[in-house]
Design a protein around this ligand. Structure first.
Ligand code: SF4
Length: 213
C-alpha cells in the first residue's frame, strides 16, 4: 500500500474511533488559545486548563494581560513549568497583539510565527482550530504515531515530519487528524508503556504493530 493510501485509510479509521476531534486545551477566544499553547510546552493540557482559569480571571482580555507585570504572570503560570520564559513570551506576545493587531490574533501563518513563543506547532494549531485552515500539528504524539504507523520513516524533527505529512494528508483533514492522533496516543499508542496494539483500530495497517522500540 502506498503511504498516501495508508494515510487515507488511517484517517478514516481514526474518524470512526474518535468522532470528536477537538483540541484538549479549553478556550473560547483565539488569544486565550495562544496563551494556553505557550503554557502547554512541557506541561499537560489538563494542568494548563486549570492554571489559565486564574490567569484569565485576573486578566480577562488582551489589553489587561499586555499591561500585566511579567512577574505577576510568572507567579500564576509557574506551576506549568518554565515560568519565567513563558511569562516573558506571553507578555511580549500580548503587547504585540494589543499594539499591532488591535487585540486580535493574526490570521496569517507567517505573522503568527513572528509572535514571541510561537513556533510552527502552535501556529498550525491556531490556523487549524481558530481559523479552520489546513494545518498539521506535529506534537510529540503525532511524531511518535506517524513513525510507528509507517507514514514517515524514522523522521523525528517536527518540521520534517510536518513537511512529509503535507504530502500525504488531504489539507482539510490535517487539523482533525492531528487531534485524533493525540487521543490515540494517550489511550492506545502510548509513549510510556508498550502500545496497546491488540486493541488498536489500525493494527492491521500499522508498519510496526508495536514491534519497534
Ligand atoms: S498497532 Fe500498535 S504501534 Fe501501531 S498505531 Fe496501533 S498501538 Fe500504535
Amino acid at each position: 500500500m502506498t503511504k498516501e493510501k495508508l494515510a487515507l485509510e488511517i484517517i478514516e479509521r481514526l474518524k470512526n474511533e474518535y468522532p470528536q476531534a477537538d483540541c484538549t486545551l479549553d478556550y473560547n477566544e483565539a488569544w486565550k488559545l495562544l496563551v494556553s499553547v505557550r503554557l502547554a510546552a512541557q506541561c499537560t493540557d489538563a494542568r494548563v486548563n486549570v492554571i489559565v482559569e486564574e490567569l484569565f480571571s485576573v486578566y480577562p482580555d488582551v489589553e489587561t494581560l499586555a499591561g500585566a507585570p511579567v512577574e505577576e504572570i510568572e507567579r500564576i503560570v509557574k506551576p506549568c513549568g518554565l515560568g519565567k520564559s513563558k511569562a516573558r513570551d506571553i507578555s511580549a506576545c500580548m503587547k504585540i497583539l494589543h499594539e499591532q493587531y488591535g487585540g486580535k490574533v493574526p490570521e496569517d501563518f507567517d505573522a503568527l510565527l513572528k509572535l514571541p513563543g510561537v513556533g510552527r506547532k502552535s501556529a498550525n494549531l491556531i490556523m487549524g482550530d481558530v481559523f479552520h485552515k489546513p494545518a498539521i500539528v506535529t506534537d510529540t504524539h503525532c511524531i511518535r504515531l506517524v513513525n510507528r504507523m509507517g507514514l514517515v520513516d524514522n523522521i523525528k524533527e517536527p518540521k520534517k515530519v510536518e513537511m512529509a505529512l503535507w504530502k500525504l494528508i488531504p489539507p482539510e483533514e490535517g487539523s482533525d487528524f492531528c487531534h485524533r492522533l493525540v487521543y490515540h496516543g494517550r489511550e492506545v499508542c502510548t509513549a510510556r508503556t508498550k502500545p496497546y496494539c491488540d486493541k488498536c483500530c489500525v493494527k492491521d495497517l500499522c508498519a510496526h504493530n508495536g514491534v519497534q522500540e
